[in-house]
Write a protein that binds this ligand. Sequence first.
Ligand code: DOR
Ligand code: ZN
Length: 432
Amino acid sequence: MEPPSLLIKSGRVIDPTDGSDSIADILIQNGKIVQKKSFIPVEKSMAVINASGLVVAPGFIDIHTHLREPGFEHKETIASGTSSAIAGGFTSIACMANTNPVNDSVEITKLILQKSKEAGLAKVLPIASVTLGMKGQKLSSMDSLKEAGVVAFSEDGKSVKDSSVMARALGRSRVLDIPIIAHCEDQELSPGGVMNEGPVAKKLGLKGIPNEAENVMVRRDIRLARENGGRLHVAHISTAEAVGLVRRAKRDGIDVTCETTPHHFTLTDETVSRNNPDYKMSPPLRSHSDVEAILEGLADGAIDAIATDHAPHSPEEKSASFENAPLGIVGLETALPLVLNLVRSKVLNLPRAVALLTNLPAKILNLPQGRLQIGAEADITIFDPNREWVVDPANFKSKGRNTPFTGRVMKGKVVYTIVGGKILFKGETNDS
Ligand code: DOR
Ligand code: ZN
């Protein structure tokens, strides 16, 4: 039998790897892109997607997702999380190590890869913990974990407190050419803090987390990377000063990258409601001037990627008081329209916005993904930048309902998510 071919016709094709942005057709065969040109004639054997009026981009890559399995399956499973991913246009997601048990072993890494394969949706790239059990003392077996398919190391949720341990991890990361993803927070500076320190926290009577808790750790980790070499990637950057520190470090030739999240560039602490723990996450929503600095960083390249920090919790857990509820919000299914807002407000052009979701995060993790070149795996996201919809968490594929965007009108929706040449998600189309 002829191998099935899929023709994506007349979309606005954006490939950030070669800067191309034009109306074109793409032909997929055996899971790979085999042709990309302004006109490919339709043949009988081809299935056809009419992408006219739609944007055709490399599949989105989220380098910061919490899948919760093993151990916290009531919050999310690999199956529900990857289903959420493809609904949001993400074809590859890197999952954090703070599961139960922590992913500090080849065995857990293999289990995650096996379960992801069984789910058969988005590609899952495991991240292992920097230290055994995330206890901050003994380094995990970084060499064998890399061998087993881990794409980064991270203690996300907290910092590696002991600077000598972090220094050794960075040293190893240089040898292995694999990033350490640093959650930069000195928790001694934010005891009991639940939101950004400042006038809003004061008004709401909530304990604050100062910018300095992040700044001091970003400063330390950059210094350690300068002294030890290594590949430092700063997770969910949220303060103006931290963006400035990364910008300066890059100018000084230090190998450092960073990401921010859609909530950190969209919301300020002024939106926080004391009755709604869906505004509680780590790092917290910051001030207006911090958001301005993040937008500047996204535009000028100080910030290298947009990541969701998708952090599902159960409705029961999030129904606690603001002080007692767990940290984090879901993000996979709302990321695209929030990124497109930056295009509409002229912070980014569309190709740069696409790059921040595709080839730039791929570069950080040394992945072959994030491009629409001939011969590449056909991981492709097709979206309608203008389709409006209202966020109703009941419709999420994620088990998590914890979003601060409930009821918000969003503009921009995924229409097709294609992984390895297969259409795994189909949203509403103008034809349907
Ligand atoms: O808000 C957050 N939630 N930030 C983190 O760093 C960890 C995450 C989680 O695991 O829930
Ligand atoms: Zn996280």
